[in-house]
Design a binder for this molecule. Structure first.
Ligand code: FMN
Length: 269
């Protein structure tokens, strides 16, 4: 297949996936356009029908070994009509479990033919001390190389199976903020007196979980604890003070940092 245009579409609450997928697309050396569907307003009403000479690269982070919930509008706007796609996920150095299988299935449901897949490692949303700064320069160089390899494989109409891990029916549990799951992955984010009401947290929350008129009110059934608001607050007014969570963090960090995982590319075999 002769690819004329690459469209990379992503959901990236804390920016790691955005950096990786951009490197992947640039590594293809073809005209490309970015579609950022991180904010609810961007997803709402998004529609894009792909031509047969266009290639979609779709990317999301891994949450609990699956794709994040509540992103039906991300997929509803994508119409493949037989166009080619590449499924990519990023994870925080634990595992991607069933997330790539799920992404491939959801793209196929939207009419795409998934011709390649990739998994990258990104700094963990829960802690800046897990996979710190990733994707780093080594990752980005490898990922750009993946882009070149993937475009060559698609141009050659390579045919076969994509052999990555994961099962369907899914065995990974995913992450549902509305359910009380295994503690301590659900600490509440609190807003302190330092809040000057600028509203940045509410307007940039990927889930629309912060009340736009009252920034101290966070809907805990929609908050995924991506900690985007904690990181971007100019006054450091958002914090997690939950003692059990803070006591658990060193164990979590040591466990996830034990082995450095590397980015992977999957082409038809
Ligand atoms: C709710 C939640 C669940 C997560 N679950 C996993 C997981 O199962 N495995 C893993 O390795 N990383 C997990 N992560 C970490 C993210 O996948 C990782 O930080 C990723 O780089 C975030 O991408 P982003 O910066 O583009 O938002 C989770 C993060 C969140 C917020």
């Amino acid at each position: 297949m002769d690819v004329k245009n690459v469209v990379f579409v992503y959901f990236s609450p804390t920016g790691a996936l955005k950096r990786a997928i951009t490197a992947f697309a640039e590594g293809m050396g073809l005209p490309s356009e970015a579609v950022d569907l991180t904010l609810p307003e961007a997803r709402n009403g998004f529609r894009r029908t792909f031509g047969r000479d266009e290639l979609l690269i779709a990317g999301m982070p891994v949450y609990g070994g699956k794709l994040p919930l509540y992103l039906d509008d991300f997929f509803a706007g994508l119409n493949g009509d037989g166009a080619s796609a590449i499924a990519t996920v990023i994870y925080g150095n634990r595992d991607y479990d069933d997330a790539l299988v799920e992404l491939k299935m959801r793209l196929e449901d939207r009419g795409f033919v998934v011709q390649a897949a990739a998994a990258y490692i990104g700094q963990h949303s829960f802690s800046p001390r897990v996979a710190t700064g990733r994707p780093d320069q080594n990752d980005l160089a490898a990922i750009a190389g993946f882009g070149g390899q993937a475009v060559a494989s698609i141009a050659a109409d390579a045919f076969g199976t994509l052999n990555f891990k994961g099962t369907y029916p899914f065995t990974a549990v995913g992450y549902d903020p509305a359910k009380t799951g295994p503690y301590p992955t659900r600490p509440p984010v609190l807003t302190g007196e330092e809040c000057d009401g600028c509203g940045l947290c509410a307007t940039t929350c990927p889930w629309g979980a912060i009340d736009k008129n009252d920034w101290k009110t966070i809907d805990n059934t929609r908050c995924f604890r991506c900690f985007h608001c904690v990181k971007i607050c100019p006054n450091q007014a958002k914090t997690v003070t939950d003692e059990k969570w803070l006591a658990f963090l060193p164990t979590f960090e040591a466990r996830l940092n034990a082995t450095r995982k590397e980015p992977e590319l999957f082409l038809p075999e």
